[in-house]
Write a protein that binds this ligand. Structure first.
Ligand code: MG
Length: 217
């Protein structure tokens, strides 16, 4: 059973939604245009890895990238949630990694195939414990960072999201519906790069929660 932590409790995870190309500078670094509506993909719950779990790189990739992202936990589901009520549906905020086999993704993009093998392998969705939503007055004003072996690789600022948190919730709830326990990876800022065995990845969400993962040797 896939679970995440909120207030010391295990919460069973439902769907794992991810948003792509949600920061202009990241879309540009991969040569992608920005989208007119949120670009959504899914990960299986078997991809989840809690803080401290070793990250095993898939044998079929030579280029696995880190993508540091704000992660939402849905507390109350719904359909057609208006942006004005969206934040009431969030139970917590976390920091995580949308690990991506970039070489596999590039081939899938060329062929017009799904990204699942590039984005859904075991350990491809790391996530910290969740900060209760009551402690975050505005998720549109959060900074986050990723250090690799003590060096800052990614710095995020949710003010720069092309589709801010309320817009993402409105969109997902309208197209798919949202349920209690769903996770949403909200997209990565620029600075994505390959990891290698032995790397230590340290993530921080606005001083509210931090987590660390090591890439298995
Ligand atoms: Mg991503």
């Amino acid at each position: 059973m896939a679970v995440v932590q909120l207030n010391g409790q295990n919460i069973r995870v439902g769907n794992v939604f991810c948003i792509g190309r949600n920061y202009a500078a990241h879309a540009a670094e991969l040569g992608n245009a920005v989208e007119a509506e949120p670009l959504v993909f899914l990960k299986p719950t078997s991809a989840l890895a809690g803080a401290g779990e070793p990250l095993h790189l898939p044998a079929y990739s030579r280029d696995v990238h880190h993508e540091c992202e704000l992660v939402l936990l849905i507390g109350r589901g719904g359909h057609d949630i208006p942006e004005s009520a969206a934040l009431q549906h969030v139970a917590g905020y976390a920091i995580g990694l949308d690990m991506t086999a970039r070489d596999v993704q590039s081939i899938a993009k060329q062929k017009g195939l799904p990204w699942t093998k590039a984005k859904g392998f075991r350990g491809a969705a790391t996530v910290s414990a969740f900060v209760p939503a009551e402690r975050v007055a505005d998720p549109g004003l959060l900074e986050f960072s990723l250090q690799v072996n003590g060096e800052t690789h990614q710095q995020g600022d949710t003010r720069l999201m092309l589709f801010p948190v309320p817009a993402i919730i409105h969109y997902l709830s309208t197209v798919y519906g949202l349920s209690e326990g769903d996770l949403i990876y909200t997209g990565t800022p620029e600075g994505v790069a390959a990891v290698k065995p032995g790397d230590r990845l340290q993530l921080d969400l606005h001083g509210l929660v931090s987590a660390e993962w090591s890439v298995a040797e």
